[in-house]
Design a protein around this ligand. Structure first.
Ligand SMILES: [Zn+2]
Length: 822
């Protein structure tokens, strides 16, 4: 018998790196199949007592040439024993893995039994309940397994829990018995699912059952306000039933898992998580208040439709590797829009889609640090680095274009085939493209290579060619042709013809407009009775065109643009477009105008925003004007108004200021430094009732100090990881330090902030590195600031690709501002 013994040098090479590398993923996929987990966990009533577990993993091994690697990302002493077919075997625990030599295994069917203590990291334990959240590779923080999405397995779970607790998991409840004062819940074996989708929750939950159109569903929840529950519960069940039937009809595949329940959890990390048979939701997203707005109702219907769509897109067919995680998210949103939009005819969905996706996608895609939709991922532990505006904002645009290109019918057929071919298994984006490519004469593979696999956005200019009118500029990167049609509207003006590219806002890219068309657009903004100019989508699309042109030095200059925006605002009554215009106003104001020019326009900017704040009747738009006013205000008169609003000596009709608004008003007053800053902040702190907000204020206040030494000390404190734990608080502080009015004194924080970035990636949440760099550079518009970043990157040639991109993205706007400032 071969004994598992390794020399020291061998040893290192045989232990895989931390996390799940792509190589480990590939090797295991080739050699392991037919995996079944049987997991028993003994959950104590107290959250600090450890959870003991026994697990049996059976699987088929078709090669014995290397050690078997299981993932267990917890304390190595938590592995108590490992047995193969009932015999103790040797194993090693290192680099978040359990490594078992081939001597303890055999070719063919194997059964391992492992005694362990479950790691708590992803168990979200509180006093009365706990729940798992295992996405992306977090199941291995709890128990040993092959933690990669393409090794689908069945799970049989048994939970021993305190009496009086409820428990729910992916499988239905098979039996519930009593054993030594505890309650034992045994769940049925699941269908094959990916490890990140395995889930359970246990604790003091209420539950209510309902059968809608023959489909029984159970809702677990914590909310104690019975009236609130009763007001919402029928609608929640109905929305689920409606989504599921719609999806069954669209895919021609019956709901693919054995039962359907959902669990509403207070302060759940996301809106929802699509565990098959047991969706977890953030409770507040589903239990709405009595006077919930249309937007809140649509958001609820959307999250329910989104998670329901995942049962097919993501759960039945799962990405092979997490680099395709974008795909399941895009499909879920895509289906949710189809399911939900018809029920909300009062909302302009086209305009919403345009303003929610295109500007944010361009903000990244026009920079030197952009990335393709489909990215490389070397190790699952870095999956967080894939997320960003390109996945969330550009991918939905691209998917919508694909459907328009091939037609809704072919799209549906292709998705149906994709789901059938890869049911209970895994597929890549290219597998879907292969299916579509066979059904159409169009070159979809080529389309995908450009749109999905390469970064950046195309640029179009007006050409003399009568048929296309807008033609793609020569690509600076390669000879890519971006397959898409670019429409236009034209208007005859005397002898001249004016052109307005991309009037429906569907095409993606930069569409150049000439100055005559731009000025006609602004002069006739929202002209009543004009079938083109009065369309909200047209206005949105043109505003985006002009902004993109401006940033490329290819449109009005900053001063002209500001004047155009000021003339346009009173003509705009749509809340989404008003917000977009106010956003542009603030960028122009702080980043693209010199101090001199700000002086020149100060009173006019304040007058326009103040008057509109007072005149507008729409409460939402009023709030937008209030926020814009306090941000652009600089004169003594405006300061007085802000202060009087804050201390309630001045009241604007129908403008209700929440505690959050008051706090941010106090911050804006403090940064102006015209009054007694300390007294203002102290008064605000004393009158703030909510304890979370109070604590947040206490943390943030030093960043607002007029004393530069105190601000320096605040920045110094951020170098300690324990002072960065509340990331939202840190970002508040950073945006104060780097406020444009203080950017001169904040230049010295830039280099140390970049020096910290790698550490921040290790210690922070997945979105934190991006937010940290963006906020750091947000208030800067000088060449000096961007040189610091350029020098930093130059001095670190081997800097991680992903972080380098984040830096390049963050300095794009300051670079353009430094170039275009007037
Ligand atoms: Zn999702």
């Amino acid at each position: 018998m071969f004994l598992f013994q390794l020399t020291c040098t061998d040893h290192k090479s045989k232990i895989p790196e931390k996390g799940v590398s792509y190589q480990l993923n590939e090797r295991r996929k080739k050699t392991i199949d037919s995996i079944r987990y049987n997991i028993q966990l003994d959950i104590p009533g107290k959250k600090n007592e450890s959870i003991k577990g026994i697990e049996t993993i059976s699987f088929n091994l078709n090669a014995l040439d290397s050690a078997l690697v299981l993932d267990f990302n917890s304390d190595s002493t938590h592995i108590i024993s490992v047995q193969s077919e009932g015999e103790e075997i040797e194993f090693e625990v290192a680099n978040q893995h359990i490594v078992i030599g081939p001597g303890g295994l055999k070719k063919g069917h194997n059964t391992l039994t492992i005694g362990f203590i479950a790691g708590n990291l992803s168990l979200n334990r509180s006093d009365e309940y706990l729940y798992t959240l295992f996405v992306t590779d977090r199941a291995s923080t709890c128990f040993p397994l092959f933690d990669q999405p393409n090794l689908k397995a069945t799970y049989s779970l048994t939970l021993s829990i305190p009496d009086g607790w409820e428990a729910v998991s992916n499988g239905s409840l098979k039996s519930k018995t009593s054993r030594s004062g505890k309650c034992v819940f045994q769940f049925a074996e699941t269908k094959p699912i990916s490890s990140y989708l395995f889930a359970f929750a246990a604790g003091k939950f209420f539950k209510t059952e309902k059968t809608v159109k023959g489909r029984p569903m159970t809702m677990y929840y914590r909310e104690t306000d019975a009236a609130k529950v009763n007001r919402n519960k029928d609608e929640i069940f109905n929305l689920h039933a409606k989504s599921l039937s719609w999806l069954e009809n669209y895919t021609s595949i019956p709901y693919p898992f054995e039962k359907f329940d959902f669990v509403l959890i207070p302060s759940f990390q996301y809106g929802g998580m699509e565990h098959p048979g047991s969706i977890f939701y953030n409770e507040s997203a589903l239990f709405l208040d009595e006077n919930a707005s249309v937007n809140e109702k649509m958001a609820r219907a959307s999250v329910i439709a989104h998670e329901s769509a995942h049962m097919w897109f993501g759960d039945l067919v799962t990405m092979d590797w997490f680099n395709d995680v974008w795909l399941k998210e895009v499909f879920a949103n895509f289906m949710a829009a189809k399911i939900v939009h018809p029920s909300f005819p009062e909302i302009n969905h086209e305009l919403r889609f345009l303003l929610a996706h295109y500007p944010s996608a361009y903000e990244v895609d026009r920079t030197a640090g952009t990335n393709p939709i489909l990215q490389d991922l070397g190790n699952l532990k870095n999956a967080g680095t894939l997320y960003g505006a390109i996945i969330y904002m550009k991918a939905p645009i691209v998917m919508r274009q694909l459907e328009r290109k091939i037609g809704g019918k072919l799209m549906r057929e292709s998705l149906g085939e994709y789901l059938k071919n890869y049911a209970y298994s895994n597929a890549r984006w290219d597998d879907l493209i292969g299916i579509i490519d066979k059904k159409t004469p169009l070159d979809i593979a080529d389309w995908s290579n450009v749109w999905v696999k390469t970064p950046g956005m195309p640029e179009y200019t007006l050409s003399n060619e009568p048929k296309t009118k807008y033609s793609q500029k020569q690509d600076s990167v390669s000879n890519r042709t971006w397959q898409q049609t670019v429409g236009y509207k034209d208007v005859k003006l005397g002898q001249k013809r004016l052109y307005f590219p991309n009037p429906d806002g569907i095409a993606y890219g930069y569409f150049q407009m000439d100055s005559a068309s731009t000025s006609y657009f602004f002069r006739n903004y929202n002209k009543a009775g004009d079938s083109v100019l009065s369309k909200p989508v047209f206005r949105g699309a043109m505003l985006v065109n002009v902004w993109e042109g401006f940033l490329r030095g290819d449109g009005p200059d900053a001063e002209e643009f500001l004047k155009d925006v000021l003339l346009t605002l009173p003509k705009e009554k749509d809340p989404l477009l008003t917000d977009y215009l106010l956003g542009r106003l603030q960028s122009l104001w702080w980043s693209f105008l010199s101090d001199e020019k700000r002086n020149k326009y100060q009173s006019e900017v304040e007058k326009v925003t103040w008057n509109l704040l007072n005149e507008t009747t729409d409460k939402g738009i009023k709030k937008s004007y209030f926020r814009a006013f306090k941000r652009v205000a600089l004169s003594d008169d405006a300061y007085q108004k802000m202060e009087s609003l804050w201390n309630k000596t001045l009241v604007v009709k129908d403008l209700t200021l929440s505690e959050e608004d008051k706090i941010s008003l106090a911050y804006d007053l403090a940064i102006r430094g015209k009054g007694d800053v300390k007294a203002i902040l102290q008064t605000q702190l004393d009158s703030t009732k909510n304890p979370d907000r109070k604590a947040r204020m206490q943390f943030v206040i030093p960043s607002l100090s007029q004393d530069e030494a105190e601000r320096d000390a605040f920045f110094e404190s951020l170098k300690k990881p324990e002072n960065r734990e509340k990331e939202a608080w840190v970002l508040d502080g950073l945006s104060n330090l780097h406020h444009p009015l203080r950017s001169g004194s904040a230049i010295k924080y830039l280099r140390p902030s970049l020096d910290l970035l790698q550490e921040i990636q290790l210690t922070g949440d997945i979105f934190f590195p991006t937010r940290w760099t963006n906020t750091t550079f947000s208030g800067h518009s000088s060449a000096e600031a961007t040189h610091i970043a350029a020098k930093f990157l130059h001095e670190h040639p081997g800097y991680p690709y992903f972080l380098r991109n984040k830096v390049l993205q963050a300095i794009d706007m300051p670079q353009r501002a430094a170039r275009l400032k007037r």
